[in-house]
Every structure is written in structure tokens, then in C-alpha cells.
Design a protein around this ligand. Structure first.
Ligand SMILES: [Zn+2]
Ligand SMILES: [Zn+2]
Length: 345
């Protein structure tokens, strides 16, 4: 089969690779129909390189069941599915408590085992979720990032009627706008440095938008009559991770979703907000809970089927897998603008 394999920093190759084979009785082999580029993929491509040289890359996907192991009872060949790409050990102290996002042995496909930038991918049956009939395969390729965002919101103490600020309107931020609504936000403030992203944010339900280069953020926030209860950092930039601390009201919450991949220097007065305003700063990792893979996944599929999670405005490009090397180069070297890229292997 054809796959995109990562050999080193900025060295991704479209090449012939061996097909996955059923090894354990609960394995499932899926024909990949749609697979998305995640922000963490671009960081790994640009800064970190592969965990294992030549590993098939990618972890967000949907597809159709191609083959099942003998022990698999709740899936059939031909089922339309998505995959939870995180594999946990089920026996560490955190797994025993059902806190799968904290598993000591957690890994995601595309790191130590082959990922889904390929024609076929293999996962244990517990990681495979059947799609509701009305959820299409491109939408289902975004179940994983949606589950990651949902996990963060489940970790907050958000109440109906809350005002939520979303800092950074990439795919994660645009999903966060929709999850904020589902969690009962009355008002949503979207902050970004890109007019196009702010337009999409409005389309997806943001009540206010702030372009944080053209406007002074502090003044723009003070012009909004509502106090911010929850501020979500979804830009993952070292600067916004400090700035997001200035947003919530006293006693409010900061939800950190973005991964900076760089050292962070926080302005003293920004840091002091945690103390003076008695903020609750919440870290969030992956999107897993009990029963595995968790409520984040079932809820995502439910809200995708009702249309309350709508990823159509987020997807900008649908490309062949062959376009992978060029697309990653364009993305990280800013040769071309993309929102969410979906490959159709
Ligand atoms: Zn991802
Ligand atoms: Zn574990």
C-alpha cells in the first residue's frame, strides 16, 4: 500500500509500505477514507522528527472496516468507523482508575506503531467506533480533535450561561467554540490574529471577535460587558499562554489546550493574575475517559450527528495522500495558507 512515512525533520516520503496484518484476535484493519493533519503532526514534522525513522505518520482518520480478528464481535466488514488513535495499557494505576488520558504507557498511532496516513491502518477493536448513519467520512476524520477539546471542557466547572473566551481559532479553537456552546455558554469571544479565522469563528457561533494585533486586547476585552468565566488557550503559542491569564474574571478558569513546543516566558503581571484573581488553571491531555475511549467520543459522535459539531467550515483542503510531502512543506514554511487539510488515500 501507499503511505506517508516520516524519516526526519522535514523529511516525509510518499512511498510503498507493507500492509498491516491481523496479529491479535481483537485487531481491526480499516481502509482509510479520510485523514487529517493535526497541529501536533506539523510540530513533529518541523521540530522534533519521528519517534522511529520511517514510521507511517498520522493519527486522525475515518474509514471502512476491511478485516476483523476472530474475537471481534461488535464490528463487521464494511462498517463506517472512526478510530481513537490513543492506545493505553489498561493496567497502570491511572488506567485502573479509568483515567486513561493519564496512562503511563499511552501512545498514539503514527509514533511507535504505524499511523493512518496510509491506505490501511490497524487498531484494537476497543479503539474503533461505528459512525452514526448521517455522519460523513470527512466529518468523522475530525472526531479525535473534537474528543480532545471535549475532554478539556469536561475538566472545567463551566455552568450554563457562562461567558467563554477562545484564544486561537485554528481547528482546535473552532471546535472549542462549538463545545463551549454545547456546555451552555451564553456568550463566546473569539480571539485570533487572522481575519479569515475570526470570520469562521463568527459563522460557528462566536458573539464577539477580537483581532489581537489590530486591537489592544485589554481594551477590547474591557469593552465587552460580560465577565469571562472560562478562557481557553488554543493557539499553543508561548506568548498567548501568558496572555490568556489576563482574560478571566476573578475566580475564573483557564483551560490550556494548545501545546507550545517552546520555552515559555510569562510576563510577571500576567503570571500574577493567577494569584491576584485566584484563577484555576486547568491542564488537559488527550481525550480519554472511562469506559474507554470515553464520553468525549460518544458525545462527539452524537453532536456531529445533530450538526452541533460542524467541521465543514474548518476543512479547507481535500487532497490525495501523494500531495502529503508538498503540503507539509507548504504548511510549516508558510508557502501556502491552509485551515484543516484532509487527505483521501
Ligand atoms: Zn491530533
Ligand atoms: Zn495505563
Amino acid at each position: 500500500m501507499k503511505a506517508l512515512n516520516l524519516y526526519g525533520v522535514e523529511d516525509l516520503r510518499f512511498e510503498e509500505t507493507t500492509n498491516p496484518e491481523l496479529a491479535s484476535p481483537d485487531d481491526v484493519i480499516i481502509k482509510v477514507k479520510a485523514t487529517g493533519i493535526c497541529g501536533s503532526d506539523t510540530s513533529r514534522y518541523k521540530k522534533l522528527g519521528p519517534y522511529k525513522e520511517g514510521m507511517t505518520f498520522g493519527h486522525e482518520f475515518s474509514g471502512v472496516v476491511e478485516q476483523i480478528g476472530q474475537a471481534v464481535t461488535d464490528l463487521n466488514v464494511g462498517d463506517k468507523v472512526t478510530g481513537c488513535p490513543a492506545v493505553v495499557c489498561h493496567h497502570c494505576q491511572y488506567c485502573e482508575k479509568g483515567e486513561y488520558s493519564r496512562c503511563e504507557n499511552l501512545y498514539v498511532i503514527g509514533s511507535y506503531v504505524p499511523g493512518c496516513f496510509a491506505e490501511y491502518v490497524k487498531l484494537p477493536a476497543t479503539n474503533v467506533l461505528k459512525l452514526p448513519d448521517n455522519v460523513d467520512l470527512d466529518t468523522a476524520a475530525m472526531v479525535e480533535p473534537s474528543a480532545v477539546v471535549a475532554h478539556g471542557f469536561y475538566r472545567t466547572h463551566m455552568k450554563p450561561g457562562a461567558t467563554v473566551a477562545i484564544m486561537g481559532c485554528g481547528s482546535i479553537g473552532l471546535l472549542a467554540i462549538q463545545w463551549a456552546k454545547i456546555f451552555g455558554a451564553a456568550k463566546i469571544i473569539a480571539i485570533d490574529i487572522d481575519h479569515h479565522k475570526l470570520d469562521v469563528a463568527t459563522q460557528l457561533g462566536a458573539d464577539y471577535t477580537i483581532h489581537s494585533i489590530e486591537n489592544n486586547l485589554e481594551e477590547a476585552i474591557s469593552d465587552i460587558p460580560d465577565n469571562i468565566d472560562v478562557a481557553v488557550e488554543s493557539a499553543g503559542s508561548p506568548f498567548t499562554i501568558g496572555e490568556v491569564l489576563t482574560l478571566p474574571t476573578k475566580g475564573g478558569e483557564v483551560l490550556l489546550l494548545g501545546i507550545p513546543y517552546a520555552d515559555i516566558e510569562i510576563h510577571r503581571l500576567h503570571f500574577e493574575k493567577i494569584l491576584r484573581n485566584e484563577l484555576n488553571v486547568i491542564g488537559s491531555w488527550n481525550g480519554l475517559s472511562a469506559p474507554f475511549p470515553g464520553e468525549e467520543w460518544a458525545a462527539t459522535l452524537h453532536y456531529m450527528s445533530t450538526g452541533e459539531i460542524n467541521v465543514e467550515p474548518i476543512i479547507s483542503d481535500r487532497l490525495s495522500l501523494e500531495a502529503g510531502p508538498e503540503t507539509f512543506d507548504n504548511l510549516v514554511n508558510k508557502k501556502k495558507h491552509y485551515d484543516k487539510v484532509i487527505f483521501h488515500p
